[in-house]
Each structure stands twice: as structure tokens, then as C-alpha cells.
Ligand binder design. Structure first.
Ligand SMILES: [Zn+2]
Length: 242
């Protein structure tokens, strides 16, 4: 059975509404590096604890290895404010893959010392893609052991056989960002949009890693789907043990 999380980007409205997400497991996200470095994380953690929320993962701000100083600054900050975090979702920055591999090799010991797995997100459906890890399948070209994939179902083309992808990438899969999409909008609730996700949900019942619901601006549906999926996954677990 997967560990089901909800994803929310952190800002003032999120903090003001935090009780709405009471007693969930979460991946919290920061988009803007400046906001991340200057955020009052202590206050946020206090509110999170007061609402019985558990942070299992952080969606890192848009910083990657080509900004060496900020990259390590970000890891230091995560370790300082969220010492239990052992994985982050991160977007691959624009740059040359060989340069990226060299960076990871050069700083291998330092990076290992954080005890954080880097779950790089796929961008298969984006057109002008100059990222050093442009598509999900490129995860296999990365010669670094603690780099895994966050497979985002909103970042693949409509019609993609997602179950077959998930099976293929399983050995390097660190997380699934689960949402639906239409031709115009992505990060829709799983039962809206043009992906048929019923087989994916079925497959995920036996997936033992992180599955994270990542919707944009649909908090009511997000919480309903979270609770329905939790029930589904739990019941499946019971059936399996019989
Ligand atoms: Zn995502």
C-alpha cells in the first residue's frame, strides 16, 4: 500500500487555512527561492504540528545544482528547519547533463552527508525542454545513486500509458505526483480531465512508495479524493493479508 500525501504550496492563504488539512500527510512546496530563504519556517512548523499534519517530503524551490551556492544553502535550510526530511522533489534546472553528473560526482560526499534523496521531476510533455534531465526515461542515464524520479502524471501527454511507465521506471521511482489534465489545464482532480486514471489508481494500490495528490486550487476535491483513496488503499491492504 502506498503512503498517500497531499501537496500544497506554502503561502499566507495556506497558513490561514491550515486547519482544513488537519491530520494529513503532506508534501509542502516552496516555489520562489527568495520566499523560501526568508520564510518563517518555525511558525509554519508550529502550525503544522498543532494541526496534526506530518510533513513527509518537501517540494524544493526552483534552485538546482547549476546554482551551487543556493543549492547547498537550500539543503542546509531544509536540514535546519525540517531535520526529519529524507527526500525532496526538485525540478531539474536548464543545463548540460554531463555538467550535472560532474557536479554530483565532485560533491558526492557532501551531498551524501545530507541523507536526502533527490526526486527529480519529469517534464516529458514540455516543448522547449533544456533541462539536464528532460524526460522520465533519462533517469536511467544518471550515474548517481540517491537520485530518483518524481513521475508527474500532469507532465506526460494525454494518452500516455502511465501504468506501463510506472512499471518501467519502478526501480528508480521515488514518488508519483498524481493529478489529471486536459489539453489546456493540468493538475486537475484525478476524476476530471482527459487521462483515464482508473487503471493507474488500481495499480497504485500495491505500490509501496509515496503517492502525492497535486491539484491546483481545488482544495475541497483534494481532501475528498485524499480520504477516498486512503479508504481504498487501506481496504486493499486488508484484502491482501487475507
Ligand atoms: Zn509535480
Amino acid at each position: 500500500m502506498p503512503e498517500l500525501l497531499i501537496s500544497k504550496f506554502v503561502d499566507k492563504p495556506f497558513e490561514e487555512n491550515i486547519s482544513f488539512f488537519k491530520s494529513t500527510l503532506m508534501q509542502i512546496g516552496f516555489f520562489n527561492p527568495h520566499v523560501f530563504f526568508n520564510y518563517n519556517h518555525k511558525d509554519l512548523v508550529q502550525k503544522i504540528n498543532d494541526n496534526d499534519i506530518k510533513i513527509k517530503s518537501i517540494h524544493a524551490p526552483t534552485i538546482d545544482i547549476f546554482q551551487e551556492h543556493d543549492f547547498f544553502g537550500m539543503l542546509d535550510k531544509i536540514k535546519e528547519e525540517y531535520p526529519k526530511i529524507d527526500n525532496i522533489t526538485i525540478h531539474p534546472g536548464s543545463g548540460n547533463p554531463l555538467k550535472a553528473f560532474k557536479f554530483f560526482e565532485r560533491f558526492e560526499d557532501k551531498i551524501d552527508s545530507y541523507e536526502i534523496s533527490f526526486l527529480y521531476e519529469n517534464f516529458d510533455s514540455s516543448k522547449k525542454n533544456k533541462r539536464w534531465l528532460p524526460r522520465a526515461r533519462n533517469i536511467y542515464s544518471v550515474p548517481i545513486k540517491n537520485i530518483f524520479l518524481t513521475y508527474d502524471t500532469s507532465h506526460v501527454k494525454i494518452g500516455t500509458d502511465i501504468v506501463s511507465d510506472l512499471k518501467e521506471f519502478y526501480p528508480r521511482l521515488g514518488m508519483i505526483h498524481l493529478s489529471n489534465k486536459s489539453r489546456r489545464v493540468n493538475h486537475l482532480p484525478i476524476y476530471e480531465g482527459e487521462h483515464d486514471l482508473s487503471k493507474v489508481v488500481n495499480y497504485l494500490q500495491n505500490y509501496p512508495g509515496f503517492v502525492t495528490l497535486e491539484y491546483h486550487n481545488r482544495d475541497d476535491t483534494l481532501m475528498q479524493d485524499y480520504s477516498d483513496l486512503l479508504t481504498l488503499f487501506k481496504n486493499r491492504g486488508v484484502n491482501n493479508s487475507n
